[in-house]
Design a protein around this ligand. Structure first.
Ligand SMILES: NC(=O)c1ccc[n+]([C@@H]2O[C@H](COP(=O)([O-])OP(=O)(O)OC[C@H]3O[C@@H](n4cnc5c(N)ncnc54)[C@H](O)[C@@H]3O)[C@@H](O)[C@H]2O)c1
Length: 383
């Protein structure tokens, strides 16, 4: 194969965004040949391509080698399985599925390892996050002791929630801010610090909006080795805060307001505490400002990497198998909040699926869908 023929399933906000950069030739060695959407109106502007009212027809059409799945989340599982079973390479939007049991079903369909299966975690391409990852992986921070991430700048209005029937309902989306806005943060947090072993979540449902799912969350995390963490998020606060602080024995990294700083302990704080003869002494520090260039290629970098992986075997930046991390942590946080208990990880996938199905069955919420004014959708991406 010299050129990858790509199809997109779901031509809403995100599908259109992917189609635009593909049609503008932003990525070499691939071509957008087909698009699919359940609403015929969303296909009209793509009359030069093959269009399908059903993604399964597109998958079986012989017109595509690879698919980008940009439908509402529940369908990621169904369409992903169909594609993998038909030998189509898959790039799935985040979250890869709504709950862990569906993630496992989706990942289990990836039996042919010649197929590339990637997930759209474009934040992993951002320079600032790559620098943090490198600092940790190179051992500069030493043994991690604490992570705090306040991400309360995901502000959304009532109009946003009213803009799609599937949004912010148990049945349509399976969750709120944890499933929609935070998969990137939850993915990065675990990319940096590893996967927690325990979580206690406190989720307020419809705290700021007329929705039935969570829009305000605090999660307490425990990692192996004793490190702890707090993750706070909300779609109801403005101006909100985005502050990531990671502490280890060798110092503290802070990312806030476009600045990445590392306050580096000259010696390990743990060693210093053990050996110092003075009670109020503390390790000397260096204040390091860490420069980073731009924001990375974002979505196009992930799609380019997907194409390169298909054609050249390039290692994936965000393998779909790692997409389960953010889903599991989101599920566990909600599950803990709903049951009022500390949740041990790995999460019991069947127990959470049962709980979610109960929420869906008992839902009395009636969604009123209102058309929003045409807006620049890229404003919705994280800053
Ligand atoms: N990576 C990112 O930065 C990013 C940003 C926004 C959204 N997303 C993800 O993209 C996905 C879509 O979000 P969106 O905001 O574009 O939603 P959207 O509602 O704007 O678009 C979804 C589209 O899917 C179509 N659809 C529904 N059922 C379908 C089916 N059976 N077959 C084919 N198409 C179908 C709808 O008609 C609609 O056009 C979500 O999973 C979301 O989490 C990712």
């Amino acid at each position: 194969m010299k050129q990858v023929r790509i199809g997109i399933a779901g031509m809403g906000n995100m599908g259109k965004f992917h189609a635009d950069y593909l049609l503008n030739g932003k990525i070499d060695r691939c071509v957008l040949t087909a698009v699919a959407d359940a609403m015929p109106g969303n296909l009209e502007r793509y009359s030069q391509l093959k269009t399908f009212d059903d993604s399964e027809k597109m998958v079986k059409s012989g017109e595509i080698d690879a698919i980008i799945i940009a439908t509402p989340h529940f369908l990621h599982t169904t369409i992903g399985i169909q594609a993998l079973q038909n030998n189509i390479h898959v790039l799935v939007e985040k979250p890869i599925s709504v709950h862990k049991a569906d993630c496992e079903r989706l990942l289990a369909a990836h039996t042919n390892k010649e197929l590339v299966f990637s997930a759209m975690f474009q934040s992993r391409t951002e320079a600032k996050y790559r620098r943090i990852k490198k600092l940790i992986d190179d051992g500069e921070i030493g043994k991690l002791t604490r992570v705090n991430w306040i991400v309360t700048d995901w502000y959304r209005t009532e109009a946003y929630y009213a803009s799609g029937g599937w949004r912010a309902t148990w049945k349509g989306e399976g969750g709120g801010v944890l499933l929609n806005q935070c998969p990137h943060n939850l993915d990065l947090l675990q990319w940096f610090c590893g996967r927690p072993e325990r979580v206690r979540g406190f989720c307020q449902l419809g705290r700021y909006h007329n929705i039935e799912v969570e829009d305000n969350v605090t999660a307490y995390l425990e990692f192996g080795g004793g490190a702890t963490g707090v993750f706070v998020t909300s779609t109801g606060e403005s101006p909100g805060t985005n502050r990531l602080e990671i502490t280890g024995e060798r110092g503290k990294v802070v990312l806030e307001q476009g600045r990445l700083t590392f306050t580096r302990n000259e010696v390990s704080m743990l060693e210093f505490s053990r050996t110092s003869k003075a009670g109020f002494a503390r390790p000397d520090v260096w204040n390091v400002e860490i420069p980073f260039d731009g924001s990375g290629g974002q979505h196009t970098d992930i799609t380019r990497n997907f194409v390169n992986a298909i054609l050249d075997g390039e290692p994936l930046i965000a393998p779909a198998s790692e997409g389960v991390w953010s889903v599991e942590l989101a599920n566990a946080t909600l599950y803990s909040s709903l049951t009022g208990e500390l949740v041990e990880l790995p999460l019991d996938a069947a127990a959470y699926e049962k709980k979610l199905n109960q929420l869906i069955a008992e839902s009395k919420f009636e969604k009123k869908v209102v058309q929003t004014a045409g807006e620049d959708f890229s404003k919705s991406f994280s800053r």
